[in-house]
Design a protein around this ligand. Structure first.
Ligand SMILES: [Zn+2]
Length: 218
């Protein structure tokens, strides 16, 4: 039986022996499940007493170059354009002797960028902790997330902390357009999501299917 050694079972843990192989870890969940909060907390904990931890984001809900969480904590991050080559950013990591890279909004990366992350792990022995959504508002797995599921050393689902209005676990990230659950549309809305016309709401599977956004069916 090939059992993982105790040291390899942990997911988001700092490994003390640098001679171990670096790993690619994907932590995923629904919206409002605390992904950004956990990414920031991991970064903060790791940075206690060390300077070899970098933070990237593939897109942030507030401003470029920041990772922010809904509970109000934030940190400066390197903003990566979806689709761009990571070569320049990798050069920066190497110059700064980074050993751990924390990434938020990994679902917005391109598949080739995820493959480049794997190279960062395998060729440069940098641990990569990627956080992101698994599926979009149509319940299709993001291409980047699918790639991470395929090649990450570890994939962890965050505990489902966001609930549907009915109290059931919130499994589905519904896109609500003018008060109606959208059944089609582009995977990424490029306009201002905060305008109020478009917003996202976490629903259980049944209420996603029914398109019911509250106890008072419209
Ligand atoms: Zn429900």
């Amino acid at each position: 039986m090939n059992r993982p050694s105790p040291a390899k079972r942990g997911g988001i843990v700092e490994r003390s022996k640098r001679e171990k192989m670096a790993e690619l870890t994907f932590t995923y969940g629904t919206m409002a499940s605390g992904k950004s909060t956990l990414a920031l907390q991991l970064c903060w904990q790791l940075r206690e007493g060390r300077s070899d931890v970098a933070l990237w984001t593939f897109g942030d809900r507030s401003a470029e170059g920041m990772v922010t969480s809904r509970i109000g904590i934030e940190a400066a991050a390197e903003a990566i354009e979806p689709g761009e080559s990571l070569e320049r950013h990798v050069g920066t990591l190497l110059r700064r002797a980074i050993n751990i890279l924390v990434i938020d909004e990994a679902q917005f990366a391109s598949v080739s960028q995820i493959d480049e992350l794997a190279c960062i792990v395998d060729d440069h022995a940098i641990d990569v902790h990627a956080f992101g959504l698994s599926a979009d508002f149509l319940l299709n797995v993001f291409p980047a997330s699918a790639r991470l599921f395929a090649i990450a050393d570890w994939a962890h689902e965050l505990p489902l902390t966001s609930s549907c209005w009915c109290g059931q676990k919130g499994r589905c990230n519904a896109r609500v357009v003018n008060g109606v659950v959208a059944r089609e549309g582009t995977q990424i809305v490029t306009g201002d999501v905060s305008e109020g016309v478009v917003h996202y709401q976490v629903l259980c599977r049944a209420h996603y299917r029914l398109g019911q956004l509250s106890a008072h069916a419209s």
